[in-house]
Ligand binder design. Structure first.
Ligand SMILES: Cc1cc2nc3c(=O)[nH]c(=O)nc-3n(C[C@H](O)[C@H](O)[C@H](O)COP(=O)(O)OP(=O)(O)OC[C@H]3O[C@@H](n4cnc5c(N)ncnc54)[C@H](O)[C@@H]3O)c2cc1C
Ligand SMILES: NC(=O)c1ccc[n+]([C@@H]2O[C@H](COP(=O)([O-])OP(=O)(O)OC[C@H]3O[C@@H](n4cnc5c(N)ncnc54)[C@H](OP(=O)(O)O)[C@@H]3O)[C@@H](O)[C@H]2O)c1
Length: 285
């Protein structure tokens, strides 16, 4: 069950709010999913161009320095969860109770401002992959965010016959943002028009939980090793000839999956040297 922040006239609030922060953008919408997860949308700087899957630095002003009273920006890396064509920006965020940024960011309201440094970077981009037939997105937790962007990017469906998105979380409620987004794709006017009606049938969604009962329990890595994931998805194990992959999760997950993909014969790519798979951390440790 999601909880939508009541908003009367968000667009009007966005227009009225005068940017007072450096690189200020105005929040237009906030949705809370669990006590640890929320998403929000904000205005997009007119000059900001980015590739779906990239991240930027966002934040708030920190506490005043006790001596000088000056406030420095408190910034953190965030994947842009909206696609490159969207007129607004969307972010999907953790709430860390004692986290310097998110202990405050979780209380943000429509009409309020955030800081956004308009310098997008990242490896989870189409340019870093060689052409292939099947594209895998592997996510844990908030690692779903870059794929929320790429799942709404027309190039994803133009370049691949099949898109498989796996999302492993501890609890069922942590899957809500991703599940709702994938369900909404069926009615996405732009993608249905640009790619063709029924484009979403190219997607195979594979959500799993590890600490709460759900239809599919277990870590995706274990489900792949046992062969269960491939049976459930009705696809063969990955090969460099047909499969491409993007990984975004906690460090241990990234390393474990990276080793597995290397065993399947896939090689890591980069913007400067496209190959079979790319990896990015969903958070630093
Ligand atoms: C490339 C990159 C992209 C990122 N994209 C996102 C994103 O789209 N959404 C997002 O919520 N965070 C993202 N992060 C993490 C983000 O930068 C911050 O760490 C997070 O917002 C918490 O900030 P904080 O100041 O409250 O706590 P921090 O001091 O930054 O973190 C405190 C602790 O909380 C845990 N933690 C931090 N972030 C997460 C997380 N996302 N999921 C689970 N545990 C976490 C870690 O154990 C960390 O040590 C990204 C990080 C990197 C490196
Ligand atoms: N989610 C919560 O309810 C919760 C509550 C309080 C505190 N925290 C803290 O918040 C931080 C992040 O929690 P999070 O749940 O967002 O992220 P996380 O701990 O990285 O776990 C996300 C998912 O990834 C799985 N996973 C972890 N390592 C893996 C690996 N090597 N291979 C495959 N799958 C792997 C986890 O399975 P497993 O469950 O099997 O590890 C879980 O389902 C942690 O430091 C945690 O202590 C989380």
């Amino acid at each position: 069950m999601t909880e939508q922040t009541p908003v009367t006239d968000i667009q009007a609030a966005a227009v009225k709010a005068t940017p007072t922060l450096p690189d200020a953008q105005t929040v237009t919408d906030v949705t809370h999913y669990t006590d640890r997860l929320f998403s929000f949308r904000c205005t997009r700087p007119a000059s900001l161009r980015f590739r779906s899957g990239e991240f930027v630095m966002i934040g708030l002003l920190g506490d005043p320095d006790p001596k000088t009273g000056k406030q420095k920006p408190l910034l953190r890396a965030y994947s842009i969860a909206s696609p490159s064509w969207d007129e607004e920006l969307e972010f999907y965020s953790i709430k860390v109770p004692d986290g310097p940024l998110t202990s405050r960011l979780q209380h943000i309201q429509p009409g309020e401002q955030i800081i956004l440094r308009p310098k997008p970077v990242g490896t989870l981009v189409h340019d870093a992959l060689l052409p292939g037939k099947r594209l895998w997105f592997f996510a844990t937790g908030t690692g779903f965010a870059p794929f929320a962007s790429l799942l709404r990017e027309p190039q994803t469906y133009e370049d691949y016959d099949e898109i498989i998105i796996t999302h492993t979380c501890r609890e069922v409620g942590e899957l809500t943002y991703g599940r709702d987004l994938i369900e909404a794709l069926q009615h996405d006017e732009l993608l249905n028009e640009v790619i063709g009606e029924g484009f979403w049938k190219k997607i195979k969604y594979y959500p799993t939980t590890t600490r709460e009962e759900s239809p599919k329990m277990g870590r995706i890595t274990d489900l792949m090793r046992s062969g269960t994931a491939f049976e459930d998805l009705d696809v063969p194990p990955l090969t460099p000839e047909t499969d491409r992959a993007m990984i975004c999760g906690n460090l241990a997950f990234n390393l474990e999956l990276k080793d597995m993909l290397e065993e399947y014969g896939l090689e890591e790519g980069a913007n400067s040297k496209p190959a079979h798979y790319v990896v990015e951390k969903a958070f630093l440790d």
